[in-house]
Write a protein that binds this ligand. Structure first.
Ligand SMILES: [Zn+2]
Length: 108
């Protein structure tokens, strides 16, 4: 087993925005299964409000993710950002051979 354990592997996120200044950050597990969703709202002067437990802090993972997604133009593109690896995973296609490959890769 590698230092990065099976349980820790795969912390994937997507960011979607259907309404201006409103974002949905979705967390997926290594099987691309959605686990949790956070709503983030941006107010005046680009100040952002998240609903997660870290909302009282000036910055949290979800607000950081929105910055990362916006910087590269990834919002609503269906790409996944792997927080652990700080890398991008392409959108899912069917059949999802990629998912299986990824799991094999992570376990190797
Ligand atoms: Zn947050």
């Amino acid at each position: 087993m590698s230092a990065k354990g099976w349980e820790d592997s795969g912390e994937l996120y997507t960011v979607k925005s259907r309404v201006k200044n409103h974002f949905t950050v979705t967390k997926f597990n290594e099987f691309f299964w959605p686990i949790k969703t956070y709503h983030v709202r941006r107010g005046r002067r680009r100040w952002m409000l998240c609903e997660c437990p870290d909302k009282i802090k000036p910055m949290c993972k979800h607000r950081r993710l929105i910055q990362i997604f916006e910087k590269g133009g990834w919002v609503n593109k269906g790409w996944f950002f792997d927080w652990v690896d700080q890398s991008w995973e392409p959108p899912l296609t069917w059949p999802i051979h990629r998912t299986v490959d990824r799991v094999r890769l992570k376990r190797a």
